[in-house]
Design a protein. Structure first.
Length: 194
């Protein structure tokens, strides 16, 4: 069984609390939506992209797109998931583009050591950086699914919703990443469970 990476606890982030624990945001007030969910979008972008330099641009891109569609959101409780899907979709595109640029030697890989949570030991930071480097060898969507599940700690259902795919597709993509990590000696146990 694959377990979430150390020092990346999902429970400590207030943006991931159950919807019933926090008051609903007024979707007609874009500034309030931004203040409430920008940290969540930044966290997702930071984890998916692994590059701190990309985070601010991604947050801006997500909220520019959100600004145009926020009036169509009917359920205030759905805003977080809707913004998450926008962020995931945009990150997948950016990861694909970066992968192409790296293949063409137009861009180098970021320093993934910064992606580890504050307070992580040097050994944990190295482990996180190594895993992110290995994730460059899998497809963009596989990388995103794995990070959402095992770094962000999302359920399979939540990952499927954020990636706009079925739960069985999520499980298949997780098995692909699991095989890659096993081939590189990072993963020894068998089976991804959700």
């Amino acid at each position: 069984m694959v377990r979430p990476l150390p020092n990346l606890p999902a429970g400590d982030r207030p943006d991931l609390r159950l919807a019933g624990e926090v008051p609903a945001v007024d979707v007609s007030n874009f500034d309030a939506v931004f203040r409430r969910f920008a940290p969540y979008v930044a966290t997702v972008a930071r984890r998916l992209l692994g590059d701190e330099a990309e985070v601010e641009d991604m947050v801006q891109d997500v909220f520019v797109e959100a600004h145009h569609g926020l009036s169509r959101v009917r359920d205030a409780g759905a805003v977080r998931g809707w913004l998450g899907r926008i962020c995931v979709r945009r990150c997948v595109r950016r990861i694909r583009r970066q992968k192409l640029w790296r293949m063409l030697s137009l861009e180098s890989s970021p320093d993934y050591a910064e992606i580890a949570a504050p307070g992580a030991s040097p050994e944990q930071a190295v482990m996180v950086a190594n895993v992110y480097r290995l994730l460059e060898d899998v497809g963009a969507m596989e990388r995103v699914v794995w990070i959402l599940k095992f770094v962000e700690g999302e359920s399979l259902d939540e990952v499927a919703m954020l990636c706009a795919c079925s739960k069985s597709t999520v499980q298949r993509k997780l098995r692909t990443v699991e095989a890659c990590l096993r081939n590189h000696g990072v993963l020894k146990e068998r089976g991804v469970h959700g």
